[in-house]
Design a protein around this ligand. Structure first.
Ligand SMILES: [Zn+2]
Length: 287
C-alpha cells in the first residue's frame, strides 16, 4: 500500500536523481500537494496526475515508478520538453482510506462516520475529506454527470459549486501556469482509456489518433463517447485548453477494491513507456 509517507521518501530520491520538486497547493487539511518535474522548461510540457480518487492510491505508486524509470532510461534530456507529475492529488482522502479516522482530525470524525454509514472502514472511499468527489468538481459541465450526487458522499458528490475544493484548484492552478500540451489522469480500474468530451474537429480526430497510440502501447481499450462524464480534470482540459487529455483506468476489472498491489506488476509493464510516448505525441502535434 503506497502512502503519503512513502511518497515523501521517494521525493528525496527523485530530487537527488534530477527531478525538480514544487508544491501546487494544499489539501483541505493543509497538507502540501507535491509535484515533480523532469526535463526542460520549454513550451513542450505534459502533465500526469493520479489518486484524485482516494481508493485508487495504487496509481500514486505507478506514477512514482514511471518517474524513476524515465529518469533511469532517458535521463532529463528529452530533446526538448518536460514532464510534470502529480502522483497524489487527494492526499487527505488517501490517508483516510489507508489509515482511517486516525489520520483525520477528531472534529471531523462524526461527519465522516455519518457519510460512511457508521463504518470506520474507509478503504472504499473516493472523495476528499469534505466528501466531495474531486473528479466531478471541475468547471466542465459541472453537475450534469449521470452519476452525480448533490450532497456529501464517499463518491460522486460534485461539491457546493465548481472548483469548491482546494485540491481541484491546485490542479487548475498548475495547469494554467504550465499550459501542458497533453494530460493523463491515472485512475483504477478497467484497463481502459477515455479521451472524449465534446471536442470538435479537427481536435476530435487528433485526440482519437493519439488515444489509439496509447491503446496500442498499453493494450487498454480505447473507449468512445463521454459516457455521461462531467466535471472531471480530463473534461476540463479538453473543454478549456483544447488539448488532448486522457483518463487511463489501470488494473484489470476483475480485481476487487481495495485493489491488491500485485496488479501493478502487469500494469507497470504496460505503462512504463507512457510518459515518453506522451511527450513525443505532444511534440508532434504542436511542433
Ligand atoms: Zn477514479
Amino acid at each position: 500500500m503506497y502512502s503519503y509517507y512513502d511518497l515523501r521518501v521517494d521525493i528525496q530520491y527523485l530530487t537527488s536523481m534530477g527531478a525538480d520538486l514544487l508544491y501546487i497547493g494544499n489539501t483541505v487539511l493543509g497538507r502540501p500537494i507535491p509535484a515533480l518535474h523532469i526535463g526542460d522548461y520549454s513550451p513542450n510540457q505534459i502533465l500526469i496526475q493520479g489518486s484524485v480518487h482516494a481508493r485508487e492510491h495504487i496509481t500514486s505508486q505507478l506514477i512514482v515508478e514511471l518517474i524513476y524509470y524515465t529518469l533511469r532510461t532517458q535521463g532529463t534530456d528529452f530533446g526538448g520538453g518536460g514532464m510534470y507529475f502529480v502522483p497524489m492529488v487527494n492526499i487527505d482522502g488517501v490517508m483516510l482510506c489507508q489509515f482511517g479516522l486516525a489520520e483525520a482530525p477528531s472534529s471531523l470524525h462524526e461527519f465522516l462516520l455519518g457519510i460512511n454509514g457508521g463504518s470506520d472502514d474507509f478503504s472504499l472511499w473516493k472523495a476528499n475529506i469534505n466528501a466531495v468527489d474531486i473528479n466531478t468538481n471541475f468547471p466542465a459541465r459541472w453537475g450534469t454527470g449521470v452519476q452525480n450526487v448533490f450532497s456529501p458522499a464517499p463518491s460522486d458528490y460534485v461539491g457546493p459549486y465548481p472548483a469548491s475544493e482546494p485540491e481541484t484548484r491546485a490542479l487548475m492552478d498548475i495547469t494554467l501556469r504550465v499550459y501542458p500540451r497533453l494530460t493523463i489522469s491515472y485512475h483504477a480500474r478497467g484497463q481502459e482509456i477515455y479521451w472524449q468530451f465534446y471536442q470538435q474537429e479537427p481536435n476530435l480526430s487528433r485526440d482519437r489518433a493519439i488515444g489509439q497510440v496509447f491503446s496500442e502501447l498499453t493494450t487498454y481499450a480505447l473507449i468512445d463517447g463521454t459516457l455521461g462524464s462531467a466535471g472531471g480534470y480530463k473534461d476540463w482540459c479538453i473543454q478549456d485548453f483544447f488539448i488532448p487529455a486522457y483518463t487511463f483506468e489501470i488494473v484489470d476489472a476483475s480485481y476487487p477494491y481495495p485493489i491488491d498491489y500485485i496488479a501493478l506488476e502487469e500494469d507497470w509493464e504496460l505503462n512504463k513507456l507512457v510518459p515518453i510516448t506522451a511527450l513525443n505525441q505532444a511534440k508532434a502535434v504542436f511542433c
